[in-house]
Ligand binder design. Structure first.
Ligand SMILES: [Zn+2]
Length: 242
């Protein structure tokens, strides 16, 4: 953790007393900064059965094909995405806080809880993580890319993970929030490219990292750019799905 991060944390502590984001109870001496153990137990994890491509959870028991109709239509360029939580309730609120208040410590807390899931850990172990990049104009506005923070934090919790800025965003794109699936895919098509300083290897397993998987359009665009640059093994992971 950098000195700047420590300063940020000190300032946040002054402005916001450290209560758990979920229970609203004081954090006391717990390991997390903004997410207590009892709060973490209230988060809605994704369990099997789930789509084997995008991680979308299926309710009930599933037999036979485990690819959701959306993935059959999209045919994502990533092999498999694993997501730790459903993006609703407390998780939606936490993700919103991570983005809107640029709170890196909350991202760290959520990563720590996500990394307790055995499937999530296995999916990421030993992989080279590539956070979904922001366009440089957006990055200078926000000075914070939550996907990068998540990737960095994952590397601290999961053995053998490394990360880099192997992708850059070469085209600014409007927010995906109000777009449908087709529009989202068109919006981010060709928006990403390999970083000129990166060496993409066919022997490395890459995992594209983002905070939320909604339609998979952004992760698909990133995976497409990596494959065009020579990557063979490309997967994805996000903290939440929905
Ligand atoms: Zn799917």
């Amino acid at each position: 953790m950098s000195l700047l991060d420590d300063l940020d944390r000190g300032l946040l502590d002054l402005v916001f007393p450290r209560d758990c984001m979920v229970t609203q109870q004081p954090m006391d001496d717990q390991a997390g900064l903004y997410l207590s153990d009892s709060g973490a137990r209230q988060l809605e994890r994704i369990h099997d059965p789930r789509c084997h491509t995008c991680g979308h959870p299926f309710d009930g028991v599933l037999e036979g094909d485990r690819t959701c109709p959306h993935c059959l239509d999209l045919k994502p360029a990533f092999g498999r995405a694993v997501c730790a939580f459903r993006a609703r309730g407390h998780i939606r609120q936490i993700i919103h806080e991570i983005k809107s208040t640029r709170c890196p410590f909350l991202a760290d807390d959520l990563v720590a809880v996500a990394a307790e899931d055995p499937l999530f850990r296995r999916h990421l172990a030993g992989a080279h993580l590539i956070p979904v990049p922001l366009h440089h104009t957006k990055l200078s506005e926000r000075s914070y890319n939550q996907a990068e923070r998540i990737a960095r934090s994952l590397c601290m919790h999961i053995p053998g993970c490394t990360w880099s800025h192997a992708l850059i965003k070469i085209k600014p794109t409007p927010s995906q929030t109000l777009l449908n699936r087709t529009e989202r895919r068109r919006n981010v098509a060709k928006a990403f490219a390999p970083n000129p300083s990166a060496r993409i290897s066919p022997n490395i397993r890459y995992v594209v990292i983002d905070d939320v998987l909604t339609t998979g359009a952004t992760l698909h665009a990133c995976a497409t750019a990596l494959r065009k640059a020579g990557a063979v093994h490309v997967d994805a992971a996000t903290l939440a799905h929905g």
